[in-house]
Design a protein around this ligand. Structure first.
Ligand SMILES: *[C@@H]1O[C@H](CO)[C@@H](O)[C@H](O)[C@H]1NC(C)=O
Ligand SMILES: *[C@@H]1O[C@H](CO)[C@@H](O)[C@H](O)[C@H]1NC(C)=O
Ligand SMILES: *[C@@H]1O[C@H](CO)[C@@H](O)[C@H](O)[C@H]1NC(C)=O
Ligand SMILES: *[C@@H]1O[C@H](CO)[C@@H](O)[C@H](O)[C@H]1NC(C)=O
Ligand SMILES: *[C@@H]1O[C@H](CO)[C@@H](O)[C@H](O)[C@H]1NC(C)=O
Ligand SMILES: *[C@@H]1O[C@H](CO)[C@@H](O)[C@H](O)[C@H]1NC(C)=O
Ligand SMILES: *[C@@H]1O[C@H](CO)[C@@H](O)[C@H](O)[C@H]1NC(C)=O
Ligand SMILES: *[C@@H]1O[C@H](CO)[C@@H](O)[C@H](O)[C@H]1NC(C)=O
Ligand SMILES: *[C@@H]1O[C@H](CO)[C@@H](O)[C@H](O)[C@H]1NC(C)=O
Ligand SMILES: *[C@@H]1O[C@H](CO)[C@@H](O)[C@H](O)[C@H]1NC(C)=O
Ligand SMILES: *[C@@H]1O[C@H](CO)[C@@H](O)[C@H](O)[C@H]1NC(C)=O
Ligand SMILES: *[C@@H]1O[C@H](CO)[C@@H](O)[C@H](O)[C@H]1NC(C)=O
Length: 472
């Protein structure tokens, strides 16, 4: 968001009316199913999935996230208007805060943990994500990140050859749009981290017919509209999504596709974003129609929980104000939504940012707390509890928020955990000497910080150490 604004002003100074005028869409590859050096990362063979796990309403859920657009702007785009005739328009769907990163974290983690910026964060290993829920029921998953240099890449961003303008290099990939890698429970476990793949892998996986049952797709910073306009995104959708809709290896009669935005461009309005449900799994009678049920990014969690009978994370996904399940899925799974719809005045403000206490907010810092372990998922199941979680530190018992910035302390979760996967080989780099050794103000965490050297396989040892750390 901030970067885009800087770009606007820079170009305006250079005499250009709009930032976007510098960018004309060019296809990064011959087709969505072709590999391309423009995607940067090489493919790492095909994804390996277990047997299909049938869902109650669909068997495959593909989320595609594009960026920073007010509802009305998307609604005015001919490409979105055309897609809406094939899909179900959700016209009361809301992002949960600003800016980008907390929304991406929320959609896979059920909370944004107070984050109010796009900084480097990581979330400790015993805080769960949708991956824990999916894997517990053997539902295959992956994330596809355009222009990520290699699978499981943990760094803040990546700059590669500028294929669009032939203008040297361009930062096409950013970690802030890759929600799952921010969770140490994914990044620290190589078998999980390596399921975060690039677009050459995607091309390979579609051709091999192994697109998993749950996936999250993040186009690069020009194709997702972050640095460009809704018209550029429209050109990308016509190039990438439209042909894939006709390919049963991507979209079969049990596939649902959720095409949505991370947030509105304008912060001073509530966060309503234009969202379409597409795919062969959408009942025929719902095509070219509108559903005005109140939905949020937590809907993407509750809907898959309902579909596969998954547990919940016990965060936004069990908050009955925010967790409505996509209506036709709710009906097929016997879940009852809360009745909020349209412009109901009880719809909460979801444009609040920066002032929500949490462990990713240096100015209103509280430790990571346990989820609501007595919550019930939309799949009728309980809450997933990570083996290393201290469930005693609940939100009610959390200390008052403190201002770490005022006391000169860095956010302890803002440091690079110090490892990467260089082409599949894990490389552990010592973390920069910084706040990571500082005890966070506010006392203990339900999620005790695990050292940068802590890897899968050492969890047993860690379990013993955690008990001791809890007493500090
Ligand atoms: C090309 O790069 C230069 C320097 O980074 C920048 O000032 C200029 O705006 C870029 N041009 C385009 C068309 O992106
Ligand atoms: C890379 O992008 C440029 C610009 O769109 C295009 O001319 C070129 O063909 C692309 N490369 C591949 C391998 O598709
Ligand atoms: C979509 O619905 C509108 C009316 O709401 C109708 O005019 C239009 O023809 C329909 N389009 C398709 C492709 O069914
Ligand atoms: C990329 O990351 C570096 C730090 O690693 C930062 O200085 C730079 O501003 C970032 N660029 C973008 C476009 O995010
Ligand atoms: C869905 O597709 C499968 C095979 O591709 C076919 O066997 C089945 O009948 C189709 N179901 C419906 C409802 O069209
Ligand atoms: C959030 O949106 C409402 C309008 O729905 C507006 O009144 C309020 O000022 C906005 N809040 C912020 C922080 O911009
Ligand atoms: C559920 O969400 C609403 C709306 O954001 C919020 O006011 C409420 O505090 C949340 N409930 C819990 C238990 O967190
Ligand atoms: C939903 O409830 C109906 C009526 O009680 C029942 O027939 C159906 O099997 C239930 N469906 C599911 C998915 O539990
Ligand atoms: C809410 O109200 C606005 C302004 O009246 C209208 O444009 C919009 O369609 C309404 N949204 C829904 C979901 O009814
Ligand atoms: C936290 O402290 C910083 C530095 O003193 C200050 O700029 C900021 O306004 C404080 N934040 C709050 C919410 O008081
Ligand atoms: C990954 O492999 C590619 C192709 O072999 C190579 O160009 C690149 O330098 C490698 N990256 C790392 C970090 O090893
Ligand atoms: C490819 O992924 C597998 C696990 O899925 C991993 O073992 C291997 O090291 C990876 N190779 C590369 C080149 O990324």
């Amino acid at each position: 968001m901030r970067a885009a604004l800087v770009l606007v002003s820079t170009l305006a100074c250079a005499g250009s009316a709009f930032a976007a005028s510098a960018f004309t869409f060019e296809p990064p590859a011959a087709s969505p199913e072709s590999s391309s050096a423009n995607y940067t990362g090489q493919t790492n063979n095909t994804l390996s999935n277990g047997p299909l796990v049938p869902g109650k309403a669909f068997d495959r859920f593909i989320q595609i996230w594009i960026e920073n657009t007010d509802y009305e702007t998307a609604a005015s785009s001919p490409v979105f208007q055309n897609l809406s005739t094939q899909g179900l328009l959700l016209d009361s769907f809301y992002a949960v805060t600003h800016p980008s990163e907390p929304n991406y974290i929320a959609a896979v983690g059920g909370d944004f943990f107070g984050a109010g910026d796009d900084n480097f964060y990581h979330i400790p290993q015993n805080i769960s994500s949708v991956v824990d829920l999916l894997e517990e029921k053997n539902v295959s998953w992956a994330s596809y990140q355009e222009n990520m240099p290699y699978d499981g890449f943990t760094s803040f961003n990546f700059t590669s050859e500028d294929y669009l303008n032939g203008n040297g290099t361009y930062t096409y990939y950013v970690r802030k749009h890759n929600g799952l890698i921010i969770f140490d429970s994914v990044a620290n476990v190589s078998s999980r981290a390596l399921r975060i793949r690039n677009f050459n892998d995607f091309a390979n996986d579609v051709k091999a017919d192994v697109i998993p049952q749950w996936s999250f797709v993040t186009p690069n910073l020009v194709n997702d509209g972050h640095d460009t306009t809704i018209d550029f995104v429209g050109d990308w959708l016509n190039y990438w999504l439209v042909p894939l809709l006709a390919d049963t290896k991507f979209n079969n009669n049990r596939t649902l596709i959720l095409l949505t935005f991370d947030e509105t461009e304008t912060y001073t309005i509530n966060n309503r974003i234009y969202t379409l449900v597409l795919g062969g799994g959408l009942p025929e009678n719902l095509r070219n129609t509108t559903d005005s049920t109140f939905y949020t990014h937590y809907t993407a969690l509750s809907t898959v929980e309902a579909n596969w009978g998954l547990k919940a994370l016990g965060r936004g996904d069990t908050n009955t104000t925010l967790n409505n399940v996509i209506d036709f899925v709710a009906k097929k799974t016997n879940w009852t939504n809360n009745g909020l719809a349209g412009n109901d005045t009880r719809i909460p403000l979801l444009n609040i940012t920066g002032t929500i206490p949490g462990p990713l907010n240096a100015e209103f810092y509280i430790p990571f707390v346990a989820p609501n372990t007595s919550g019930v998922s939309a799949g009728g199941q309980g809450v997933f509890v990570s083996p290393l979680l201290d469930t005693a530190l609940t939100l009610a018992k959390a200390p008052q928020p403190v201002n770490l910035t005022a006391s000169g302390q860095a956010n302890p979760w803002g440091t690079d955990p110090g490892f990467n996967y260089a082409n599949g080989t894990e490389v552990i780099q010592p973390p920069a000497a910084s706040a990571s050794s500082t005890a966070p103000a506010g006392g203990k965490n339900a999620a005790v910080k695990l050292g940068a050297g802590v890897r899968e396989g050492l969890l047993v040892v860690v379990g013993a150490v955690v008990g001791a750390l809890m007493l500090l």
